[in-house]
Design a protein around this ligand. Structure first.
Ligand SMILES: *Cc1c(COP(=O)(O)O)cnc(C)c1O
Length: 450
């Protein structure tokens, strides 16, 4: 559909047509331009404004079902606990709850969100390396299904709290398998130098200790080796093989192991990089942990929520530098931080029907924030876009809105869910005035108030 890209790079970016074809919830029409499911993005921009996050409920459902099918196809008795931190929107959580997913949470706030979206306490796993006593107490009071312990110290704290409350906490022990997930250094979590989990060699003694501590009922073991894992299944297989050995040793010692938590981390293709399919992950689990015959749990975040979301933005202006063209958007690094934080590549599509087929040339796509790091893309093949034209930054459903800040006093963007030909605002755009709420002037500065 678009003109051939005038790029000389040996590895040119995917074309607009290729980006759309790889994302079944997107389509392009000559008149309506880019659509999410059956809703033109131009209509959302008109009614809700920009920047706005847009999530396809259909894509969320399709991905949840594909993962479930892959796991059962591999003969696994598996449950999926969606990692809430990837996208905490109540509407997203409700869609996934409707698809039968539980939740993996890492804070009191995420626990509240999962419960508010209708996910039963029993279907929630509480993970995290530094849960506070207040959070643990709340989890006990709620009757959370499983608390993943990451240290002997945390086990002692939880035991004392649970015993004091007359409760029994179902706990799993998260081990650090010391494998390299070969992903970005900031999101690898399964190497021995990372803060997560307990040392594998210490796990058998600690697991036995869990059976002795009052208020604790050990139910299994857990790993999570990192995020955006696209390097094939070697790291997963390595971690799961170590976990299988551990479980065999625990069972041989007569210790109770009821299920195995396999963590998350399955990567997605942001550009056109090869990324493993859920069938590959299911196969790696079946090959290593399958022979134990125990139920397994999975904690995917990005794989479920990433591709269904995009960030819809307007072009503020197009300006010509000495040797490059800049497209300045009304979205910025405070909205979508992944390019600034991880050098992440996100597909960028024009939204207008004519813009999708207009001739392209390289442009730097930037936000208005006062940092050079506020750059979404460099030298990206895009048409000439005038003030007010719309663009979509793709695959922004995971680690997008949840990582937003109000840096530069920019209000949080609105969020919209699309399903079929309907759409709804699922989070209002923050008002600029709301940024001042809660602030006070000390009395000694005099005056105060307005
Ligand atoms: C972040 C996290 C996940 C989800 O990771 P993804 O890469 O989004 O799949 C799962 N489990 C734990 C413990 C996590 O911290």
């Amino acid at each position: 559909m678009p003109a051939p890209l005038p790029l000389t790079s040996a590895d040119p970016d995917p074309s607009f047509a290729e980006l759309i074809a790889a994302r079944p919830h997107l389509s392009a029409h000559a008149m309506d331009g880019l659509l999410v499911e059956e809703v033109p993005l131009a209509r959302i921009a008109r009614e809700v404004g920009t920047p706005t996050w847009v999530y396809s409920a259909g894509a969320l459902r399709r991905r949840a079902r594909a993962l479930q099918a892959a796991l059962s196809g591999a003969g696994l008795h598996a449950s999926i606990h969606y990692a809430v931190k990837a996208n905490t929107s109540l509407a997203v959580l409700r869609v996934l709850a409707e698809e039968g997913l539980g939740a993996d949470v890492v804070s009191e706030g995420e626990m509240l969100a999962a419960r508010a979206a209708g996910i039963a306490a029993a279907d929630i796993v509480f993970s995290g390396v530094g849960k506070t006593e207040a959070e643990l107490r709340r989890a006990l009071a709620e009757g959370i299904g499983q608390i993943n312990l990451e240290s002997a110290e945390e086990a002692a704290t939880l035991s004392a709290l649970a015993a004091g409350m007359g409760r029994t906490a179902r706990v799993a022990l998260r081990v650090n398998p010391d494998v390299d997930a070969r992903t970005h250094a900031k999101i690898t979590t399964g190497k021995s130098e990372n803060k997560f989990g307990v040392v594998l060699d210490d796990a058998p003694a600690l697991y036995r200790r869990l059976t002795e501590l009052p208020g604790l009922e050990p139910v299994g073991v857990a790993v999570h080796i990192g995020s955006q894992i696209t390097s094939g299944m070697a790291a997963y297989r390595g971690a799961y093989a170590k976990l299988a050995d551990l479980v065999r040793a625990l069972l041989a010692d007569g210790l109770p192991v009821r299920h195995i938590d396999c963590g998350g981390g399955l990567g997605i293709p942001y550009r056109d990089e090869p990324a493993p399919l859920p069938e590959a992950l299911a196969g790696a689990i079946a090959a290593t942990l399958g022979p134990l015959g125990l139920p397994v749990m999975l904690e995917p975040g990005r794989w479920i929520a990433g591709p269904p979301g995009l960030l819809l933005a307007s072009v503020v202006l197009q300006k010509q530098g000495r040797d490059r063209r800049f497209l300045v958007l009304d979205a910025a690094m405070n909205d979508l931080v992944r390019p600034a934080m991880y050098d992440a590549w996100h597909g960028i599509l024009p939204v207008g029907g004519a813009d999708l087929v207009a001739p392209v040339s390289p442009a730097d796509v930037v936000g208005p924030v006062c940092e050079t790091g506020d750059t979404f893309a460099r030298g990206r093949a895009l048409p000439s876009l005038q003030s007010g034209a719309l663009v979509a930054l793709l695959d922004a459903g995971a680690y997008g809105a949840v990582m937003s800040s109000t840096y530069n006093m920019r209000p949080l963007a609105a969020e919209v869910m699309v399903e079929g030909n309907r759409f709804a605002v699922i989070r209002e755009r923050q008002a600029a005035e709301a940024l001042l709420a809660g602030q006070r002037l000390p009395a000694w500065l005099g005056g105060g108030g307005s």
